[in-house]
Design a protein around this ligand. Sequence first.
Ligand code: GLN
Length: 493
Amino acid sequence: MSDVLSLSLAEALEGLKNKDFSARELAETHVKAAEAINPALNCFTVIDGDRAIEMASASDARIAKGEAGLLEGAPLAIKDLYAVQGVNTEACSNILKGFKPEYESTVTQKLWDQGAVFLGKTNMDEFAMGSSNETSAHGPVINPWRKTGSDENLVPGGSSGGAASALAAGVSYGSTGTDTGGSIRQPAAFTGLVGVKPTYGRCSRWGIVAFASSLDHPGPFAKTVKDSAILTQAMSGYDPKDSTSYPGEVPNWIEAVGQSVKGLRIGVPKEYSVDGMPEDIAKLWAQGVDWLKAAGCEIVDVSLPMTKYALPAYYIIAPAEASSNLARYDGMRYGVRVEGEDLADTYEKTRAAGFGAEVQRRVLMGTYVLSAGYYDAYYVRALKVRRKILEDFNNAFTQVDALLTPTTPSAAFGIGAKANASPLEMYLNDIFTVTANIAGVPAMSVPAGLDKDGLPLGLQIITKALDEATMFKVGAALEDAAGFTAKPQAWWA
Ligand code: GLN
């Protein structure tokens, strides 16, 4: 049965429909495989074999009755940020240790309603703050990919590193992630996967632990563009419980995959050509442009002049919102509690013990930029920059239908390589991804090639708000042209 692990989600759904295998068989194979890889890759924080088998058996019953949902019988891995009822949901932080929600996040509920099978929770950077999955209270996640001929462990990217790692190792048919500044697209690029961040508000944030509410975007990781369209379709839709949820209909994105891109105008923003960009990435980007040209697209040079202010603005807005969101962790209701001499002392000791160093740094930065004396100088200014970045995109999208950029300024790096350098080194990872969060526009990463060391690289497609259809179309055209079929060597087996 282990050959089923190499199927795509679409292929697995087809196989289930044709009764080539049962949902229960799929669940058993995935649980076994998840348990086998976890000691080496550390990608799961919870593997729930019992629940997986129970849900899969229910799927088999529905398939037998001809009542299959869109994701019927497909095992999925869920980032630890999503509340799953009765299952530890800790955002990989000690401060939430042992927290088992009484409720289910809207997005995961949608997945189960369509027949998906819960495989487990995936490791992540603490509170989704990071780009390497090294800030987790559960320890770092290891990337299944290694440089050719090397046995050095590499990061899978972050913050949704476990979700990416598990899927890249072939141990689910899709994973959920969240993307506040790049946390789906960057790990997707580092692990040879497709990663999608839909328009802000497409996927409900309800029941997902908040990092920076105006930037947080739930979305999927998938093996193929078609799978990513299926998953995004299943995860999206209006939710009255999230006041920023988009009330419109969800179009049929699955149909968009494979449609012609002939005549589409593709923008190449010159500001994404940054100093020190590795040659392999510059080459792949140029190759991507050629592929789309060959598919009938018109290539247009565009300018997004505010790009250079995106990262500084992000590192004001995101910590500001985080410091406010994380104020609720006070040791009274969940997780860690360290008794102090009085209430204030208990808060201080609890938060000092419960939050890791990166989270504390964000809370400090956020509190600082929101404080009375600095609010206008930093926070309000960053909001003005945010508006300007949005105007850049609005301008560009009067000239083009989609933008093509690299996803990341590097391939996967070694464990400790950046975490032990300055925080700034780590923050620079998000240079190409944060802009789409700031503007709330859809963006995806598609695996497009390998670098000279044999590591995967991604190309990013950005479209205007609510135009995921064009994004999936262009994504599928790139995927077709790139023909990326490389897989990591199973050194962990
Ligand atoms: N790496 C960025 C950060 O640390 C983005 C994280 C994310 O998208 N959740 O804030």
